[in-house]
Ligand binder design. Sequence first.
Ligand code: NAD
Length: 290
Amino acid sequence: MNSFVPEKPAQGLPPASAPATAPETAIPGRPLAGRVAIVTGSSSGIGLAVLEELAMAGAHVVMNGFGDRAELERSSARLATAHGVDAIYHGADMTRPAEIADLVAVTEARFGQVDILVNNAGIQHVAPIEDFPAEKWDAILAINLSAAFHTTQQVLPGMKRRGFGRIINIASAHGLVGSPFKSAYVAAKHGILGLTKVTALETAEAGITANAICPGYVWTPLVEKQITAQALSHKIGREEVIRNVLLAQQPNKQFAQANEIGALAVFLAGAAAKSITGATLSVDGGWTAH
Ligand code: NAD
């Protein structure tokens, strides 16, 4: 995994435009050495796996998300030691634009740059539209969609100045198709695909790419909560929820592992993906092939 080493330009072709701060003379196995990455919602689940894969690939990383601050600071320090990078924790609440601005400002002050932004923080609530609490709708739209606008707005000026940036939005198969009882989540995830495309178009000549990863079901605490909620709402057992409700649409009938999403993020952040922008990449066991 993560073993991509960029090729030298073929003879007679112009050299690839080099980023300002981390030359693409990548160290084998450390293709992102010298890069700086923020991963929102990386105290758990997919975000944590993405953070670990980016650090393993050599990037300095900024962990964000809820949890016990002291424990998260220890956990980012352990990650740094394990992978020979620098890592910090910032507890910005993704519903608060001022805290998002501080997350980016603190990262730039510490590392001088933000090269990779992974918008991953997300929450879920499952209920029919008639019963869907308005405050849950507002929170899901704020965290799963608006936060990505605010982070993107904060990092773009620096990325444009340096002529390099990678924005990776963790959307969902629910960015491409709907499911009952998930009105806010499906709306937010469809929205983030739109934001991804516009970001890609506005930055296409600036050495920046913006892409969305659309996972199907990945085994994380967020999914664990849904198993309980769906079992209650359908009045059925856990195994039946997993096979016939959650994985009903996922043809391979398996949860993906979070590090699969991390590996794809590393690829999108690397040199081989410089022409991939505005794309939606499904990691869904065939769900959206229906
Ligand atoms: P998770 O519950 O394990 O992690 C969510 C993370 O977001 C945590 O670190 C949490 O602290 C953080 N977070 C929540 N609210 C926040 C806030 N206001 N400010 C800052 N951080 C906040 O969930 P996960 O399953 O790892 O999901 C991560 C992302 O992947 C989400 O965007 C989710 O929609 C998406 N996704 C997950 C699956 C899946 O099957 N697990 C599938 C498709 C997409």
